[in-house]
Design a protein around this ligand. Structure first.
Ligand SMILES: C[S@@+](CC[C@H](N)C(=O)[O-])C[C@H]1O[C@@H](n2cnc3c(N)ncnc32)[C@H](O)[C@@H]1O
Length: 156
C-alpha cells in the first residue's frame, strides 16, 4: 500500500506539472475512498475535477459537490460525459484496479476508447492498469515513483 501511494503521488505530481499550462478539466475515474481525489483537488485548486464511480463510498470531507460527482457504471457515465464535453479534459486519472486482474484488464480495454473521447490531444492519462490505444504514447514513470505498476500515456 505504501509503494502504491508513493507511486500515485509521484505520478500525480508529474502529471500536475505536465498539464499546469494546459487548460481543461481533470477526470478522477474511480473515486473510491477519495484518496487520490483529495490529492488532486489540492494540486489543482482552480480546476474543475469530475469524479466517477459506481457508488459513493468515500468520507464526507472528500466528496465532490453534486455537479462534479458522476455516479454509475463507467461504460454509461464516460460516454455521457464525453457527449457533454468532447475532448476537453487535460488529465484523466483512472484508478480502477481490484483484486481481479483479468476483470480489470477487460475493464481497462473497454474504457480506454471512452477516455480517448474525453481527453484533449497531448493531454495525459494516468492509470493503475495498462491500456492499449494505438495513438497513445506511453511515457516513463518519474524517477521518484515507488515499486508499483503504473502507466502514464500521452494522448496522441
Ligand atoms: C481502486 S478504487 C479507487 C481508489 C481511489 N482512487 C482512492 O484513491 O481512494 C476503484 C474504484 O473504481 C470503481 N469501479 C470499478 N469498476 C467500475 C465500473 N465499471 N464503473 C464504475 N465504477 C467502477 C470501484 O467502485 C472503486 O471505488
Amino acid at each position: 500500500m505504501i509503494e502504491r501511494l508513493c507511486t500515485q503521488r509521484a505520478c500525480l505530481r508529474f502529471a500536475g506539472a505536465a498539464v499546469a499550462d494546459r487548460a481543461g478539466a481533470i477526470l478522477e475515474i474511480g473515486l473510491g475512498k477519495g484518496r487520490t481525489y483529495d490529492f488532486l483537488r489540492k494540486q489543482f485548486p482552480q480546476r474543475e475535477i469530475f469524479a466517477f464511480d459506481r457508488t459513493l463510498h468515500c468520507a464526507e470531507d472528500v466528496r465532490p459537490d453534486p455537479e462534479h460527482l458522476i455516479l454509475g457504471e463507467f461504460l454509461i457515465t464516460l460516454p455521457a460525459h464525453a457527449a457533454r464535453t468532447g475532448h476537453t479534459a487535460a488529465l484523466a486519472h483512472a484508478d480502477i484496479g481490484s483484486e481481479d486482474p483479468a476483470r480489470d484488464a477487460r475493464l481497462a480495454n473497454s474504457i480506454a476508447p471512452l477516455i480517448d473521447r474525453l481527453v484533449q490531444r497531448e493531454g495525459l492519462v494516468l492509470t493503475d492498469r495498462a491500456m492499449s490505444m494505438p495513438a497513445w504514447i506511453r511515457l516513463p514513470l518519474p524517477p521518484d515513483a515507488g515499486d508499483w505498476p503504473y502507466y502514464i500515456y500521452e494522448v496522441g
